[in-house]
Each structure stands twice: as C-alpha cells, then as structure tokens.
Write a protein that binds this ligand. Structure first.
Ligand code: ADE
Length: 239
C-alpha cells in the first residue's frame, strides 16, 4: 500500500508516521509513505503557493497550479491516477467502514490544505473524495491525513503482528471492545475478573461478548443499531 501526502509541511507527517507500528511497516516495505512538498511545484521565484482570495476576505488561498502539477507528476511517476482524498471539515466523517474500503486501494493520495483553503478549481480537477475526521476545525489537513493513514495501515495484512487483533477490536461488528487486564492479579485492591483466570475459553468468550455489548450500551448506544445481536442478546439489552 502506497500513501502519498501532498502538503506544505512534509516533516510534520513523516515525523509522526515513521514511529511505532506504521514506522515498522514502512521499514518492512509493507506500506510506503511519501510526503510531496507542494512548494516544490511553485513557479514563483519566492516559492509562493498562495494568494489573496478573489472577492476579498481574510487569509490566503492555496493556488491551483502547484497542486495540480504535484498530482500530475505523481501520476507520471507511479503510472497511475490514484484517488485523491481532500482533508476538509466539509467532508464525510471518516469511519472504520470507510477505512476498510480505502484499505483495498494500492495507492492513495491525501491532499492537505492550509490557510483559508484551496482554490476550488484544484479540487474540481483532482479531488475524488472529501473526508473529515470530525466536526471541529484544525489548522490544516496534516493531522487528519495522519489519522487516516494510521487507521488504514493497520488493516493492511502484515502491519499488525497479531492478525486477529484487527478483527476483535472496537467497531468491528459495531461493538466496542471488551475490557482488558494483565498482571498483577490485584492492583490497588482491584481484582481481575475471576472468569479470566479460569482458563475456561467458552466462558471467557461469553463474558467478553457481554462486556462488549454492555459497554456499547453505556458509552455508544448509537452504534447498537448496526450491531449484529442474537435474539438472546437483544433481550439481555432490555434488562
Ligand atoms: N482540516 C481542518 N479541519 C479538518 C477536519 N476536522 N477534518 C479533516 N480535515 C480538516
């Protein structure tokens, strides 16, 4: 899986993604992350990539030409025309389901805006998807791009050591994950639930499933509508 980030701040995204699990996946060659500096495509002698908005108003707008040139160059280098996801609070809100869909692509481009945004014509010409990470406004698209790349990467086979953990986790089946415990058995007077020490796998599985449902009901009841619950489990919710 190859990620390309069109940005004015390459060091910001590369620094973050080169660490931990995504960093290891890059080293192993399972994913690649390339930050393309939009400024490198400026034809201006001062390397300007923005200008004042037509019609007036505060702030600066990113010009279309360096963005389109950066994308065309990327297409020439890769021999493909990959999807371009524009990071914007005006987009569809990113979910696990969208991550699963995007993980099927071989090549993805993330376009990060700054200032007051990007000239609409650049978006018309290159953007294929508009995605947001939530209903709040950030200073730029770099953090959202990192969030999405992190989330998509862990769905790429081989990125997580433990293949099952991508399946059992929160949001799979629209349920939150059950609580986890490790040593010591008693901490500050709080004991690990008895069943987890029993070695009885069927009971453990049953307990975990109940905890997932209970936790989802308490914390994210909105998710339960899409959850796949048995008749017995639905009854359990009404209790
Ligand atoms: N750019 C600024 N805020 C954003 C958000 N919430 N999601 C995606 N891109 C953004």
């Amino acid at each position: 899986m190859n990620f390309h980030i069109l940005t004015l701040f390459p060091e910001m995204v590369m620094g973050g993604l080169s660490t931990s699990i995504t960093g290891r996946a890059m080293e192993k060659g399972i994913i690649s992350v390339e930050a393309v500096n939009i400024r490198d495509y400026s034809k201006d002698k001062h390397r300007h990539v923005d200008d004042a908005p037509y019609g007036g108003g505060a702030g600066m707008v990113m010009q279309p030409e360096p963005i389109c040139d950066a994308y065309e160059d990327l297409c020439a280098r890769t021999g493909r025309r990959p999807r371009v996801i524009y990071m914007t609070p005006q987009g569809r809100v990113f979910t696990q389901q969208i991550a699963e869909e995007l993980a099927k692509e071989e090549e993805l481009v993330f376009l990060c805006g700054h200032y007051e945004g990007i000239d609409e014509r650049a978006l018309e010409l290159v953007a294929t998807d508009y995605l947001s990470i939530g209903d709040y406004v950030l200073t730029g698209g770099e953090l959202p791009a990192m969030v999405m790349i992190d989330c998509i990467s862990r769905l790429v086979p081989g990125v997580l050591n433990n293949e099952v953990s991508a399946e059992v986790e929160s949001f799979h089946d629209n349920l939150l994950e059950y609580p986890q415990y490790t040593r010591p058995e008693v901490f500050n007077g709080l004991a690990v639930p008895e069943v987890l020490l029993s070695g009885h796998h069927k009971n453990i599985e049953k307990w975990r499933r109940e905890q997932s449902i209970k936790r989802t009901l308490e914390r994210r009841p909105d998710l339960l509508e899409g959850a796949n619950l048995s008749k017995k489990e639905q009854k359990y919710l009404e209790e």
